[in-house]
Design a protein around this ligand. Structure first.
Ligand code: SF4
Length: 373
């Protein structure tokens, strides 16, 4: 999906924007437009997410949607998940990586198919009102510049008229600047008679998700903006959170009875199955099952944008593009240490603070890979 424009080497994306906003030094280490290093530990988490996206692409294939969630389709989704991580594992071995990372990847490979089974069961209700339109939408959109905005362009930036978008768009050193990204899934939502973006997010903790946070999520805003620029009348985004965890059957006690502990990672259906498998009397568990609350493994959070927000998103993208591409000063612009605690470049950054050569360190360890894609 691309608007008519000259080919361009100048492209920014959502990850770029979010790291640039978090910390310029982090952005300098990691952006594809800068040093382009990746941390192996962060890649591992990223690749779990990518493997799950491969599975979701099969489950939400518009071509097969009307046939429902057949066993064959679910098995193909599981196979895609396992195959992706197995290939990733092989690639790590081939570049000389070793250590604990393999144990974690193997755990992912083991748990992924159970997550997918559990997801399909949960989504049968959550998906009742949607119809997939397209998966994995690759987009590249030029950034519009109004006449008023053209007066504040930084040195090196200019505009040219784009006949498809019918407006002037941003250029840097003679190249059109593109905003690019991949939208996981576009669906038609019967409740609103409108298109909705579905963004799959794998997470180890739902505490990272909240409506207020997603209201300002740059990725959701940018995808909404991009589709609107491409004349697709989308209403907003639904974040499809998938916990990196799966339920298991309830514990069987030494007595042969099932545990009634409330914090078990199980489900109502698995509990009923265990009663049957262990030849137990369901009457002994009715009270427990009535009060049992299944832990949450999945969550959908809706986040919508309106016309005023759309205008602001476009302005912010323009300003950030100029900030990022216009040879910015690099410094750690975090405002609280908690932002550093989970930073994948914490060690090289600390070395830099201590007057050591951070880049020499990055180059000397197998913890970092350059130009990983
Ligand atoms: S550790 Fe903190 S200051 Fe250093 S690169 Fe990461 S976020 Fe920036």
């Amino acid at each position: 999906m691309q608007s008519d424009t000259k080919s361009s080497l100048m492209a920014i994306g959502t990850t770029d924007r979010s790291t640039f906003r978090t910390c310029r030094l982090l952005w300098d280490y990691s952006s594809q437009n800068r040093l382009n290093y990746s941390n192996i530990g962060a890649i591992k988490n990223y690749e779990f997410g990518t493997a799950m996206h491969e599975a979701m692409e099969i489950l939400y294939d518009p071509e097969t949607w009307d046939k429902g969630m057949t066993i064959a389709k679910i098995n193909r989704a599981k196979a895609a998940f396992v195959s992706y991580l197995t290939t990733f594992r092989i690639n790590l071995i081939s570049v000389g990586i070793d250590g604990d990372i393999f144990r974690e990847i193997d755990d992912y490979i083991k748990i992924g198919p159970s997550i997918i089974d559990n997801y399909v069961e949960w989504a049968s209700e959550a998906d009742e009102h949607i119809r997939p339109v397209k998966t994995e939408i690759d987009f590249e959109v030029p950034i519009p510049v109004t006449e008023k905005q053209s007066k504040i362009l930084r040195p090196g930036f200019s505009t040219e008229y784009n006949n498809v978008m019918d407006c002037h768009v941003l250029m840097y050193k003679g190249e059109v600047v593109l905003y690019k990204g991949i939208i996981d899934l576009l669906v038609y939502d019967d409740r609103f008679d409108s298109y909705i973006i579905i963004d799959h997010k794998t997470t180890s903790n739902f505490a990272y998700s909240s409506e207020a946070k997603l209201e300002r999520d740059t990725q959701a805003s940018a995808y909404y903006w991009a589709l609107r620029m491409l004349d697709i009348n989308v209403m907003g985004t639904e974040f499809n959170y998938i916990l990196k965890d799966a339920p298991s059957p309830p514990n069987v006690l030494k007595s042969g009875k099932l545990s009634k502990a409330k914090d078990q990672k199980t489900t109502y259906n698995l509990y009923m199955q265990a009663i049957e498998d262990n030849d137990l009397d369901v009457a002994d568990y009715i009270g427990f099952l009535e009060d049992f609350e299944e832990p949450e493994y999945f969550k959908r959070i809706e986040s919508y944008r309106d016309a005023q927000q759309l205008k602001l998103i476009g302005e912010y993208i323009l300003l950030e593009a100029m900030d990022m591409l216009g040879d910015p000063f690099i410094y750690p612009n975090i405002n609280a240490f908690h932002q550093c605690k989970s930073c994948e470049f914490f060690v090289p950054c600390t070395k830099k603070i201590n007057g050591e050569d951070d880049i020499a360190y990055i180059e000397s360890t197998t913890m970092y890979i350059q130009n990983y894609d």
